[in-house]
Ligand binder design. Structure first.
Ligand SMILES: C[S@@+](CC[C@H](N)C(=O)[O-])C[C@H]1O[C@@H](n2cnc3c(N)ncnc32)[C@H](O)[C@@H]1O
Length: 294
């Protein structure tokens, strides 16, 4: 499987599918390339990753409808794009990492889904290039791709230009105060990691030797402010309060009953003021306001 995906990445490169990036003047690093073929095993296919994704799908399935055109940014290996397509939604899905896009295209090719999914290798910093094809009915960003951006203000402005007035953007960020993370690292006396999400300038995360990404952890109030010129924050929920982050998968393997119970109470805790702020991820539902222009 890995070899086939590696070949798919090579073919994507030689076919020039990354030309948009190469021609661009903005330097774009794609550190997730280093883990493209292992990402699903480490995150998406872990039991904690699957449960957390199902919780995000509660929102996507409530808000996005068959027949709509949805733009997904930082789509990774395409799991959400195919989920939306399986529900009759047309999807344009972008990511800056050619390797992730190759895995996504491979997933599409081997799936029975016939609804259009257009995977593109395009960084969010250049998402405005898609304006000609817009406006879109909705926007999705799942599992913290936006936490990798250093300039969220520009991203908010560009996304506003792509979304129709009244359209919804479902944006999933890392939470700032993940209870599981704080407790587990404190238990191991790693104080730096326990409170890493409070660093104002972001934290360098090593994905693989030589591949690093700076991760920023904005709070929900600061995100509300940052998006407010163009969007109204309709609601938000926590995902992963009782359900641990995927790097604690070992714990749920040792105590399977724990995950079962956590999966049952997480949807409720995620909506509960107070508790929802303790989540691994937060899902913000923004509505494109009709008054402001970008
Ligand atoms: C944690 S993964 C999430 C992937 C996917 N959304 C999911 O739910 O599995 C973060 C993704 O963001 C992408 N990413 C990081 N920085 C980006 C950027 N500046 N523009 C577009 N994608 C970016 C990475 O390549 C990676 O695929």
């Amino acid at each position: 499987m890995e070899a086939r995906q590696g070949a798919a990445i090579k073919s994507l490169r030689t076919r020039g599918a990354v030309s948009e990036l190469l021609e661009s003047s903005i330097p774009v690093a794609a550190p997730f390339d280093a883990i493209a073929t292992t990402y699903d095993d480490a995150f998406s296919n872990s039991s904690t990753g699957r449960v957390q994704r199902r919780l995000v799908w509660i929102e996507t399935d409530r808000i996005f409808r068959a027949g709509q055109r949805i733009l997904e940014i930082n789509c990774g290996t395409g799991i959400d794009a195919l989920h939306l397509a399986s529900r009759g939604i047309e999807v344009i899905a972008c990511d800056s990492a050619p390797g992730m896009i190759a895995v996504a295209q491979h997933r599409l090719k081997t799936s029975p889904i016939r609804t259009a999914v257009d995977f593109r290798c395009l960084p969010t910093e250049q998402i405005a290039l898609l304006e000609k094809g817009g406006p879109y009915d909705g926007i999705l960003s799942n599992f913290a791709g936006l936490n990798c951006l250093s300039d969220l203000n520009s991203a908010a402005r560009d996304l506003a230009r792509l979304l129709r007035p009244g359209g919804k953007a479902i944006l999933c960020f890392f939470g700032r105060l993940c209870l599981w993370e704080i407790c587990s690292y404190l238990a191991g006396r790693d104080f730096r990691k326990a409170f890493r999400r409070f660093h104002r300038k972001g934290v360098v995360a090593t994905l693989a030797p030589g591949s690093t990404v700076v991760v920023h952890y904005p709070s929900v109030p600061s995100l509300r402010r940052l998006f407010s010129p163009h969007f109204r924050l309709e609601s938000w929920r926590g995902v992963g309060i009782a359900v641990p982050p995927s790097y604690l998968e070992g714990l749920t393997v040792r105590f399977p009953g724990l995950l079962e119970l956590a999966a049952k109470i997480d949807p409720w805790l995620g909506r509960c003021p107070g508790f929802r702020a303790l989540a691994d991820h937060v899902v913000l539902i923004f509505e494109r306001s009709t008054l402001s222009n970008s």
